[in-house]
Ligand binder design. Sequence first.
Ligand code: GDP
Length: 296
Amino acid sequence: MVLGELSGSMYRALQQMKNATVIDEKVLDGCLNEISRALLQADVNFQMVKNMSQNIKKIVNLDKLAAGHDKRKIIQKAIFDELCKMLDTGKPSFVPKKGKPSVVMFVGLQGSGKTTSCTKYAYYHQKKGWKPALVCADTFRAGAFDQLKQNATKAKIPFYGSYEDSDPVNIAKQGVEKFRKENFDLVIIDTSGRHQQEASLFEEMRQLAEATKPDLVIFVMDSSIGQAAFSQAQAFNREVPVGAVIVTKTEGSAKGGGVLSAVAATKSPVIFLGTGEHVHEFEVFDVKPFVSRLLG
Ligand code: GDP
């Protein structure tokens, strides 16, 4: 993932603190201000940034630190730990098991990268010996089924969809039933997006979830949506119980902050990052290496 400006600014803030001759309250505040500014510029939610800064101030109590303590290290560790805490919500609400039938439903706005990520997710598991299958429950966007079909065919993953039926719930139910009967252990449902967060979209997501009883709902988010990340993720999470997040288009974005916001809004962990248009351009997300890279 390219973290660009965010990472650069965080790195500079830490360096300035490390280079200060004396570490006092003013230096700590200066460092935290710089880090907060960098996070806000990267579209991390204001309240989260404020909380993080306050937590660090509480942890790093300069007055109480005895002489001899390496204040620079303590500050750096507190920043690292707080950023990890922001991202680490534990495991996804459900982790599919190979050989046991699971249904995973993908949700997100149109263009977020759902269809692409569904295929990547299927491909990733197929390579690890699973039997995944894809169901196209997007009857809203013309060409959605063709796109899924094309992606699935390329990756040699069985798929299900319909050109005639315009009821996504019907299609999803039939697809799940079919693949369950055929002993697929990972049935992945691609859903419609629309451009806006609309009541009808959420109603459809609710109905789909009701009909297919997914074990896991994955929210797919485009990393470049910036400030909208928080409210978008929250809106989806209100309607369907999001259990994990996939952030897409992270290879070109300097706004890694969206990752932090989506996690805060859904209280769900990021599990994968999309790093390109191709099926293998998909990385398992790991909190600590991400934060290490963020801090440069
Ligand atoms: P959907 O409408 O949510 O199903 O979105 P699509 O899967 O159709 O993706 C929208 C566009 O984003 C397509 O052109 C994809 O190739 C592209 N895309 C999806 N994921 C990534 C990614 O991780 N990196 C890049 N560069 N492009 C992506």
